[in-house]
Design a protein around this ligand. Sequence first.
Ligand code: SF4
Length: 68
Amino acid sequence: MLFRNNIEPACVYCIFARSGEEDTVICPKHGIRQPWQQCRSFRYDPLRRVPETEPSPVLDVDPEAFQL
Ligand code: SF4
């Protein structure tokens, strides 16, 4: 869930982080960081978190079942 209280800290969704080159984030406090790193100053920004999406189910349906 996006707004639960026990979010594991990570720079990628910290309120202070800015996007860096490729797989890095830029922190005004600690410089260039990897997305999974963290520190005690972490502040959660729910708008940065991208929820995992489940793949849509593949339906094996006969098209003739929808014909009148
Ligand atoms: S180093 Fe700390 S303050 Fe900087 S982005 Fe990561 S968690 Fe946030």
